[in-house]
Design a protein around this ligand. Structure first.
Ligand code: ADP
Ligand code: MG
Length: 140
């Protein structure tokens, strides 16, 4: 298994409900190491740029509004197969479809307010981690 890094975001619905620590405990219990982390409030241009891949989707406008509605915690997670592993720990996009014991099953409100983001492939993980962090901010 390859050691990978993936980009995680604890979304505004979760920071607003004081769930950062609880979500971090799910991440660490899954064997993923938080090697970078900061709490920020995204601007609209930043959120639009981060989610540019979804700009043709019907929900793009409300997704951007949601992502700038409060603070987020952006993180880099490191571990064996971290990209796939974190997607498993997150659970399905819609919490109604998420498996028991996943972050979204236990904490998400609905398909939009779904508490966490995780990169979906090595290429997006590389782009997304570089979007938020410079090399000196990543401490493995
Ligand atoms: P994931 O975050 O699981 O990779 P997507 O990349 O498909 O899911 O979507 C990005 C984000 O857009 C989701 O996490 C969610 O916050 C929001 N979203 C996805 N589908 C919908 C929808 N049908 N209605 C509203 N928001 C959605
Ligand atoms: Mg996605």
């Amino acid at each position: 298994m390859a050691v990978e890094r993936t980009l995680s975001i604890i979304k505004p619905d979760a920071t607003q409900r004081n769930l950062t620590g609880k979500i971090n405990s799910y991440i660490e219990a899954a064997g993923l190491r938080i090697v970078a982390q900061k709490r920020i409030h995204l601007t609209r241009p930043q959120a639009e740029a981060f989610y540019a891949v979804h700009k043709e989707r019907s929900f793009f406008g409300e997704l951007v509004d949601f992502m700038i509605s409060g603070p987020v915690v952006v993180q880099i997670l490191e571990g064996d197969n971290a990209i796939t592993r974190y997607r498993e720990v997150m659970g399905a996009t819609n919490p109604a479809n998420a498996a028991d014991g996943t972050i979204r099953k236990d904490f998400a409100i609905d398909v939009q307010n779904n508490s966490v983001h995780g990169s979906d492939a090595p290429e997006t993980a590389a782009v997304e981690t570089a979007f938020f962090f410079s090399g000196v901010e990543i401490v493995g």
